[in-house]
Design a protein around this ligand. Structure first.
Ligand code: TZP
Length: 241
């Protein structure tokens, strides 16, 4: 190959590399914007969802204005989790929402998930980031003010904070109450903090009153006859506060 054509190939490769890098940066910017503006985080929890409802519920949440949607499939067979995750990721990508896979960083990397969410037992966030790679958001569950501060120091993209109230969705996990919400919110700074655990139409006003700006609602939302309408009302209530 002549020197001129080798130079041409090199330039082509550099251009491709640059375009890929720009695309990752742009995608990252867009996702951070969505995360920043998100008030209600939805979870398609397979403890409350039949497999044939996964697609419709993902659409219903997005119809209701939810822009971050997690698949939570505790104890389900991995091939099933992967199939649901692939479906949800495709819907979220097409409709401008962030898809979050709970618990499985390797699978998140494999299917190209927008984000992965890990618990306190999910290892260091640096290790999770090594698995999922650049441009994938990483969220962490926290159950105390100290854990919220630690997650911020570790560079979490967002945190869940709770359970505020006892909840059957996370049996055995003691509730932490509302008293630390404001301090955790303050410590979180610009890292989005989502209050979680036992939030429903009755408890939401108290949670907002205690300083919450963003929430995750699982069972109550999934059990509504009209998920989209309920999500819209919750978002409106959070935005009014
Ligand atoms: N993490 C803390 S509480 C909780 C999780 C996943 C479950 C919240 O579910 P619900 O049904 O909204 O109480």
């Amino acid at each position: 190959m002549s020197f001129a054509s080798r130079r041409c190939v090199m330039r082509g490769r550099m251009l491709v590399f640059l375009l890929v890098a720009l695309r990752i940066l742009w995608q990252d910017f867009l996702m951070k914007q969505v995360l920043e503006n998100c008030r209600l985080y939805g979870i398609v929890d397979m403890g409350y969802t039949e497999p044939e409802q996964v697609v419709a519920r993902t659409h219903a949440l997005i119809d209701g204005g939810v822009r971050i949607i997690q698949l939570r499939a505790k104890g389900k067979a991995l091939p099933l989790v992967k199939a649901w995750a692939v479906d949800m990721q495709a819907i979220c990508r097409e409709r401008g929402a962030i898809f979050v896979l709970n618990d499985y960083p390797e699978m998140a990397a494999e299917i190209g998930a927008d984000a992965v969410h890990v618990g306190q037992d999910g290892g260091s966030l640096a290790d999770v980031r090594k698995i999922v790679g650049a441009g994938v958001l990483v969220g962490r569950s926290t159950h105390s003010l100290e854990q919220a501060i630690q997650a911020k120091l570790e560079g979490a993209d967002y945190i869940g904070f709770g359970p505020l109230y006892p909840t059957g969705t996370k049996p055995g996990r003691p509730s932490i109450g509302l008293s630390d919400i404001a301090a955790a919110q303050e410590a979180a700074g610009d890292m989005p903090l989502f209050c979680i655990g036992g939030i429903n139409g009755t408890t939401l006003p108290q949670v907002i009153q205690a300083g919450a700006r963003r929430v995750v609602i699982v069972s109550w939302l999934l059990q509504q006859a009209d998920i989209a309408l309920t999500a819209k009302a919750v978002i409106a209530e959070l935005e009014r506060a």
